[in-house]
Every structure is written in C-alpha cells, then in structure tokens.
Write a protein that binds this ligand. Sequence first.
Ligand SMILES: [Zn+2]
Length: 359
Amino acid sequence: MVGRFAPSPTGIMHWGNASTALVAWLQVRAEGGRMLLRMEDVDPQRSKPEFADGWRRDLSWLGLDWDEEVAPQSQRGPRYAEALANLASQGLVFACRCTRRDMEEAVSAPHGSFMGSYPGTCADGRWPLDGAGARRLRYPDDAVVLRRADGAKLRDEPAATGRSGLHDAVVLRRADGAKLRDEPATTGRLGLNDAVVLRRADGAKLRDELADTRRSGLHDAVVLRRADGAWAYQLAVVVDDMDQGVTHIVRGRDLEDSEPLQRFLHRAMGNLQPPEVAHAPLWMGPDGHRLSKRHGSVGVRNSGLEAAQAVGRMAHGLGLRDRPDACTPRELIDDWRARGPATLACGEVAAASFLPLHL
Ligand SMILES: [Zn+2]
C-alpha cells in the first residue's frame, strides 16, 4: 500500500486539512504501508515555498510522518506534457479559446448542444492543438459506465458499444443539484459512480434526463492545461499518482466528484488499476458551510492546543474515540482498525462541537 499527503502550499494547515491528513496517515500506517509527501504547487501564482515549509512542520508537529517527499508538481511539467500528448494521440484533447463569458452565453442559448458544464463550442476541433488556448478533455461520445460497488453494471448498453469498461463515469447532477440516481447511496461509495451519460455508438442517448440538464455533467471537457500554460490540477494529480505508484488516496469529501474523472484519466493513460479512493469527513462551520478561512482563524497551530490535544479533539470528532483526551496518531491505530469504516462513512462533523475555534 502506498498513500500520500498532497497539500497545496497556498496557505496554512487548517483543521479540515489536518483531519484529512490524520485519516490518510492512519489508513496507511494501520496497514504498514508507505506514505509519500507531495507538494501540489501546480498553481504558480498561489503556491509559496514558505507555506510548503509550514506544512512539513505542521504535519511533523502533529506526529504525522512520511517515508519520502516526492517531486513537487512545479517540477513535473515535462511529464504532464507527455501525458497530455498521450491523451491527444487518442483523440481525447481539444483546444479551446472560449472566454468565461463565451461559455455563459453558449449555455444559456435555448438549443445549445449538451456537453455538460462546458458548452462544447470548440469540441469540433476548430483550433489546432499546437496553437493558443486551453486544452480540454474530450470524452468519447459513446457509452459509459457503470458499475456499482458490488460490481454489477447499472446498465447493459455500454457493453453493446464495444467500449464499455473504459470510461467509467461521470457524476451527473441535475441543474438543481439533485443526483440523477440513488443507487450509489447504497453502494457505500459515496455517490461516486452515479449515473452517466452519454450516447451509444448509434447516437441514441442513454438517458433522457440529460436533455434538460445541459449543465449537469460536472466533468465533461475539463481543462487539462490552461490557456496561460499552467497545468490543471486534475491532470497533474493523476499523472503523479500513477507515476509514484500511489495505491490509496484519502481526501476530503468535497473532492468526491473528481473521482470518476480521475479514474477515466488513469485508464486513458494506461493505468488499469487506479488508486482506491476514500473520502474523509468534512468539518463544518456553524453556518453549515465547510470550515474555511472565512470562518475566522481555523489554523491548527494557532488554536492554542498542544499537538496531542489537537489530535485527540480530531479523533473524537471523527468518531474514533468517545472522549477528546490527548493522544498521538500512533495511539489511534487500533481505534482506526476498529472504527475506520464508520469514520469514513460519516460525511460531516460539526467543528464547533469538537474544536476550539476562534471565530
Ligand atoms: Zn471553447
């Protein structure tokens, strides 16, 4: 088992980050696996070396160790370029010169074609791949998905298209945010594999819902490289996880919608065994939104607690322990073995009930 901490050095470690890191560490250490640290500094404007140093210090302070620090994303551009070329050689990339405003206008037109959140304007290949513009992912038109966690297919149609196993999934929600299918709720996979489009090889739609949900496909045509040349997180993270042999990922539940897209990219790039992904609970502020800077000072190091107290509070909130007593991560390994699945199944934790917030 190989897991990773993958902080973005664009700010300090707050309670949500720390909790996710704790869960990731417990998952790997409970299995005797190997933990990597990777700085996801793919955004050159927002990433700062002093934040990366802060993360190393704060993880160590909490007692969360790692076995190796791998190359930061800022050094991996040539590898991402190779991956993009690989996808392009499969017809999975197009150049896009749309502005934000172009896209808003296109999706508000009454008969715009369905391409998910991107209106599809440039998907006809009107711009050369070696010219200006962003690079977007082109999903194949035919078929998709899906399997439930028990392995059963949700639909048989994709089998008939000849492309079936390849493309699992795109999460779809209606414009009002409702999921299209409930099945995933019962699969224990957190809504990851729900529903999907798109069209069969003969052009027929698999589902009619899509007709009125032009904006519902979250991941179609995602940007892989921005128009300014910066690499998109979604491409970088998949290439890194693949190259670094990551087998298990823990991240915050706010990122769960990324899983189908990332699985798609893994498979498209030849990794037929994408990492297992688990989603750690989110810490929620008193207003019902995910705890963040706008709630005030939510950094772990400036909470006034000692490290063991901070770990104990998080463990209590995560449901690993019944009491918030101070403890080290290592002392939680047995609790994790007993209660890990319940922890992961718990979607949200009311931060104010467990943590000393200075709001
Ligand atoms: Zn475009």
